[in-house]
Design a protein. Structure first.
Ligand SMILES: [Zn+2]
Length: 388
């Protein structure tokens, strides 16, 4: 203790202020931090809330902002809102040009007449090859005969111009009810005729299953997504009686396994971006599955070495997708993928209270992630005019 006291003023204060002792393996009580092994101390000034603590970053290091992607990109997870008018399309194309997004896949999960009106506006536009459209699935009333009807609707939507289906929303698995009132499981056998139709028609199903795993955990101070769950109460999937994260993963994988000839795209890295070893295993087990990168940048950017190793190995199974259409957020993706910058800001505090690091992907992998994998998976994308 003499050494400790002599080393720093903090040690002295900890002793004088009667720092709390803890045993090995214990945590300090709330409001205190472990200043030396076994010794907890509370700050003398009231600490700021996590919202108000905004330390200036004093790290001086190279910065390479990337406003435009290095290679033309396909955003397979586009939620551009309305593409039903020439004005809306022209405005979108201007933004896409500024970011080097060559094609956006409109993943608004629409079917029938809503799909037809988007297709009509696009077909009348000089920019029609800047977009492709995914159809939707209407999961209401699943019961006997539903699968065959859904397969017919899929066929009609493809005839109308869709090149696949998506984004099948997270409500499938979490909230959608069957005709009999029970939760519609992702691996429900009534859906089999529909998944078989995807194989027969040779188009992919782009599906969002579950949510980040912390959304299923209690809202306490150990939850990485505390701020997000506190801001957006409807994202809490931790209510008793609801499906767990693991239950949804099991159901999803059952679906992948049961339909090996159907090509599935797991949105959001299948929510395994925080566990790339698990994701690698999934891709090894299911050759019919590819993944897209929407809304998981915060997990890649905090593990640049592991993410680089993963993407260099599995780049032909990975597609760029952004999800929310907020133009100023795309350059964060380009910067994480393309540079080796250290410790830079991410765009949403409530996703990540940490900083990003660049992965520095090779050109060949960038091309795969930005467009080559998508061109292979979504055969209806414009296939010509891409760099080799
Ligand atoms: Zn999604």
């Amino acid at each position: 203790m003499v050494l400790l006291s002599a080393a720093t003023g903090v040690g002295v204060a900890a002793q004088r202020g009667g720092g709390t002792r803890i045993q090995a393996g214990q945590e300090c009580p709330p409001g205190a931090t472990e200043v030396r092994p076994g010794n907890c101390m509370a700050p003398s000034d009231a600490p700021p809330s996590i919202l108000d603590y905004r330390p200036r970053n004093t790290l001086v290091v190279g910065e390479h902002k990337v406003p435009k992607a290095k290679f033309p990109a396909i955003d397979v997870h586009g939620h551009p809102g309305n593409v039903g008018s020439a004005d809306a399309i022209n405005r979108l194309v201007g933004i896409m040009d500024s970011l080097n997004i060559k094609v956006m896949l409109v993943a608004e999960n629409v079917s029938g007449s809503r799909l037809a009106s988007s297709m009509a506006a696009l077909n009348a536009s000089p920019h029609k090859d800047r977009f492709r459209v995914l159809a939707g699935i209407d999961f209401s009333g699943v019961g006997p005969g539903w699968g065959e009807r859904a397969a017919k609707q899929l066929e009609a939507d493809l005839k109308a111009g869709a090149i696949g289906v998506g984004e099948v929303p997270k409500s499938f698995g979490l909230r959608v009810r069957k005709a009999d009132g029970s939760r519609l499981r992702v691996d429900d056998p009534e859906l089999d005729p529909l998944w078989q139709a995807f194989a027969r028609l040779d188009v992919p199903a782009f599906i969002h299953t579950a949510e980040p795993q912390e959304f299923f955990q209690p809202l306490d101070y150990t939850n990485e997504r505390w701020l997000e769950l506190s801001l957006f109460a409807d994202r809490r999937n931790n209510q008793p009686g609801g499906p767990t994260f693991e239950q949804l993963m099991t159901e999803r994988n059952n679906m992948f396994r049961k339909h090996p000839k159907t090509r599935f795209v797991a949105a959001h890295f299948g929510w395994h971006a925080n566990d790339l070893g698990r994701l690698a295993k999934l891709l090894d087990e299911f050759p019919n599955v590819t993944i897209e990168a929407g809304a998981i940048l915060y997990d890649l950017g905090r593990q640049p070495r592991a993410a680089k190793a993963f993407l260099e190995k599995y780049g032909d199974r990975v597609m760029f997708g952004k999800d929310a259409f907020i133009p100023e957020e795309y350059p964060y993706y380009w910067r994480v993928f393309e540079t080796t910058d250290d410790y830079f800001e991410y765009y949403r505090d409530y996703h990540a209270f940490w900083k990003m690091y660049g992965i520095g992907l090779s050109d060949e992998t960038l091309k795969k992630v930005y467009y080559k994998t998508a061109l292979r998976v979504f055969k209806g994308l414009p296939q010509t005019g891409w760099p080799q």
